[in-house]
Design a protein around this ligand. Structure first.
Ligand code: GDP
Length: 453
């Protein structure tokens, strides 16, 4: 008799959820509804008002929602106690549940049960955590689409396409006296091509998915006084609400996530920019090199009111061959550097004249990023976007299996050998939705969840 429950958050209201066959029995021991009703008569999707009690003493005034199997998040009997959100009161109610036979839930326990009980597949379960952790609306949309079964449907359709051909292969293996092999070979090749195309498209969508999920890792580099912190402040101002700081690996690296007009940027080493006033940072051409190395996008900023210096030239050297936008800053002053200058043109076509101080040209910077990363092309209404590296790796594996199958066919291997390879493709795809997945993988996936979900 396992019961699972968990307490969520601190606030006006807190929710303690229980799931499991006997959760109503435990509830009855601690909850006294205003209007008494036999649990058999209480319908699912209803709420009852009453008190949590311990030895006749009222602990809290609560509302309890009832979900009856199989119509619940986990497909088991479930109840959610909506209590006051204070730590002390919630801890007390939680203790009462535990004393009466419940067990504490692990991270992701509820969603794991929904998966193990077959209500959702693994991709849907994984999308729950994506929706919770989303840092932008687009990311939420991608997560919801997956939660609704978008990826599962696509994978099943592809699997069906393979299975349809597999049936004919089985016939050819079981009844070799009928000469169906020639037809089947053509059929198999067409199917493999078609499936490979579809999977390639999905795999490619991960480039966009990665941007949605992780943001474009962006480094702002430039010599001291070029205007890095002015630009940074300008960018951060655009999106005060969503700026999140991530602790970097060293004490003074911070990454900030901003979202401007749907462009998710993960600004790296923003602490380095802010501390640039100290002497150690000023010599940091090596540091710039290192930061640039890890970036998806480099924004290199130059003081356009001064002629190009040795340091500027060093920076131009660093950014050669990278995805880069050059900003010529301080165009409100007398301009010594221009976007037509050969030094810049040699490096990139993305050169923008700005004034960080006066907010000139900043919108053009965002437009340029959108163009460089084809962000407008991320069309979540029509296209499926893979955001999960596990899915991407398995899709890649399936594509590799397709290639191997094609080779065996070209080598005119017997049909039963080909069939073994085709089964491998099915298995790779089945791992995405969780059909064949091992317990270790399941545990790893759900350990990333938060408690209570
Ligand atoms: P950093 O060392 O690269 O971070 O440069 P800062 O952002 O600290 O800027 C250095 C100096 O240039 C500061 O005094 C800024 O006010 C000034 N500055 C930055 N952007 C502009 C600009 O567009 N126009 C003018 N006139 N001054 C600017």
């Amino acid at each position: 008799m396992l019961q699972y429950l968990r307490l969520l958050g601190i606030g006006g209201i807190g929710i303690i959820r229980m799931s499991g066959k006997n959760c109503f029995e435990i509830l009855e021991k601690i909850f006294k509804p205003k209007k008494n009703e036999n649990i058999e008569q209480i319908k699912g999707y209803t709420m009852k008002y009453g008190h949590i009690i311990e030895n006749e003493k009222i602990i809290d005034e609560v509302l309890v929602s009832y979900f009856k199997e199989p119509m619940s998040y986990t497909t088991e009997n479930m109840c959610e106690i909506n209590s006051h959100g204070g730590n002390v009161v919630m801890k007390k109610i939680l203790e009462l549940c535990l004393q009466n036979g419940a067990e504490l839930a692990e991270a992701g326990e509820f969603t794991k049960r929904a998966f193990l009980n077959g209500r959702i597949d693994l991709t849907q379960a994984e999308s729950v955590i994506d929706v919770i952790n989303a840092k932008s609306e687009k990311e939420v949309q991608a997560g919801i689409k997956q939660l609704e079964g978008g990826l599962s449907k696509e994978i099943s359709a592809i699997k069906q396409e393979i299975l349809d051909v597999m049936v004919n292969i089985e016939v050819a293996i079981d009844y070799p006296e009928y000469d169906v092999e020639e037809v089947t070979n053509n059929e198999i090749m067409n199917m493999l091509d078609s499936v490979e195309n579809k999977l390639n498209k999905l795999e490619k969508s991960f480039d966009n998915g990665k941007i949605l999920k992780e943001g474009i890792k962006t480094a702002i580099i430039g010599k001291p006084n070029a205007g890095k912190s002015s630009l940074l402040n300008r960018i951060l101002k655009e999106d005060r609400a969503i700026v999140t700081e991530f602790e970097g690996t060293t004490r003074d690296t911070i990454e900030e996530f901003v979202n401007i007009n749907g462009i998710p940027l993960k600004l790296i080493d923003t602490a380095g920019i802010r501390n640039a006033k100290d002497e150690v940072e000023k010599i940091g051409i090596h540091k710039s090199k290192e930061i640039a190395k890890n970036a998806d996008l480099i924004i290199a900023i130059f003081d356009a009111s001064r002629p190009l210096s040795k340091e500027d030239k060093d920076i131009l050297e660093i950014i050669k061959g990278k995805k880069v936008i050059i900003l010529l800053n301080k165009i409100d002053l007398q301009q010594k550097l221009h976007k037509e200058d050969k030094d810049f043109k040699e490096v990139t076509d993305s050169i923008i004249e700005i004034s960080a101080l006066n907010n000139i040209g900043i919108d053009d910077v965002y437009a340029e990023i959108t163009k460089l990363f084809e962000i407008n092309e991320i069309n979540l209404d029509n296209d499926l976007v893979i955001t999960n590296i596990r899915h991407k790796n398995l899709i890649h594996q399936a594509i590799e299996s397709i290639k191997k199958t094609k080779e065996t066919m070209k080598e005119k291997m017997p049909i039963d050998i080909v069939a073994v390879y085709i089964k491998q493709i099915l298995e790779d795809l089945g791992n995405i939705t969780g059909e064949f997945v091992t317990e270790d993988i399941i545990n790893e996936i759900f350990s990333k969840f938060c408690l209570g979900k």
